[in-house]
Design a protein. Sequence first.
Length: 173
Amino acid sequence: MASNMVYGKIPKGVVLTRYCRSWPSAFESMRLRLSAHLGSEMIDHIGSTAVPNMLARPIIDMLLMVSNIQDIQGIYAPMDLLGWSMEPLNDKAEYLVFVKEHASQATHRLYIVQNDAEWGPNSIRFRDRLREDTMLADAFQLLKLKFAASPDSESREYWRTEVKSFMDEVSAA
């Protein structure tokens, strides 16, 4: 089994680790569990843990797209029952974020996004492009490593700006 050697810190103590071959099965197991309680099969694995051989934060990012974020009030009770906690809402209210923890560490993050919000489809396109193009994946990995070594690595805003810029460029191509 490959070592999960830590490569560098991303905002607020988050670390990059080597790709773990168990991430796809961890996603699938959680997807099935959530689908049974939420009644939706349309949960996607996004983020770096969804890209083979990519350095990643060891948190499985998941995406559920819905027609209207305001119409899913019934989701709170099942998510609470399953041990998920909700992060504070964003200012645009285009998505909700739930976090699953084990031993006080986040293991999964579920983003529930409105279909008409660009962020959801862009995340899927970005993941697919990184899966298909190893040179692009390598470039993204280098950006992550560069940032991890930067004195600005504690700045969450810097991270979001750099990654969003890269993602937007790749998703638009």
